[in-house]
Design a protein around this ligand. Structure first.
Ligand code: DX5
Ligand code: ZN
Length: 224
């Protein structure tokens, strides 16, 4: 089942509750929450209190993407406040195996993220302790950037590794996802598509999510 995960980075933070109600109405079952610390990436966003508030107003799964230098220190606080999925960057975690196990142990699904410049090969030894892998298709830090096509090769490579090793982690993509490129992303083997500007940058986010889910359904029928 393909999931569309709207990213609140492109929502109106003064009307966050209303904005996320719209995407939930459109059929989204996952909400992507970007956490930035102004250190690992050149931008600052939000922390555990916002996740706590989101948890109270939605049934969607909260997919918390940690773009922070010290994920070991803060991941637990996000899980305690309601995160269902937590992903950490390979580039920021020297003890990735331990970090992923810690997230799982705290009761969330554990994801590992790689930047556009990081090869898929760096993940071979943690794929069996990850519930999902997030491929960045832009350099993290900002919404509304252009999709880096090379990310598709990485999704294909990862999907092949998953098949060969009989693993069942999900593959997520983040950055520059549009109505136009989503069929190619799904055909490459991606399961979850994050979308910020494409969803919240349009007039009717509910209708946009519904449209993306319909496209995903069509492409998937052909893929299977
Ligand atoms: C970028 C974030 C993304 C961002 C995607 O650092 O990780 O989740 O919100 O936004 P779009 O879909 O607009 O590229
Ligand atoms: Zn993200």
């Amino acid at each position: 089942m393909i999931e569309i995960a709207p990213s609140i980075l492109s929502a109106d933070f003064a009307r966050l509750g209303e904005d996320i109600a719209k995407v939930e109405r459109g059929g989204a079952r996952m909400l992507h929450v970007d956490v930035m610390d102004g250190h690992f990436v050149p931008n600052i966003t939000l922390g555990p209190p916002v996740v706590k508030s989101l948890r109270k107003v939605t049934r969607m799964q909260l997919d918390v993407h940690l773009m922070i230098s010290d994920a070991d220190r803060y991941a637990g606080a996000f899980i305690d406040n309601g995160a269902d999925l937590v992903s950490v960057h390979q580039e920021a975690c020297p003890h990735l195996d331990r970090t992923l196990n810690m997230i799982r142990g705290a009761g969330a699904q554990a994801g590992v993220v790689i930047n556009p410049s990081t090869p898929v090969a760096t993940l071979v030894d943690v794929l069996d302790v990850a519930d999902f892998v997030l491929i960045m298709s832009v350099n993290p830090g900002f919404g509304g950037q252009k999709f880096i096509p090379r990310a598709l090769d990485k999704v294909r490579a990862l999907a092949a590794m998953r098949r060969e090793r009989g693993l069942d982690f999900k593959i997520e993509i983040d950055g520059g996802v549009t109505l136009e490129n989503m069929p190619a992303i799904i055909r490459a083997g991606c399961d979850w598509l994050v979308a910020g500007a494409t969803v919240f940058g349009c007039e009717d986010p509910a209708a946009r999510v519904a449209e993306m889910r319909r496209i995903a359904e069509e492409v998937q029928t052909v893929r299977v």
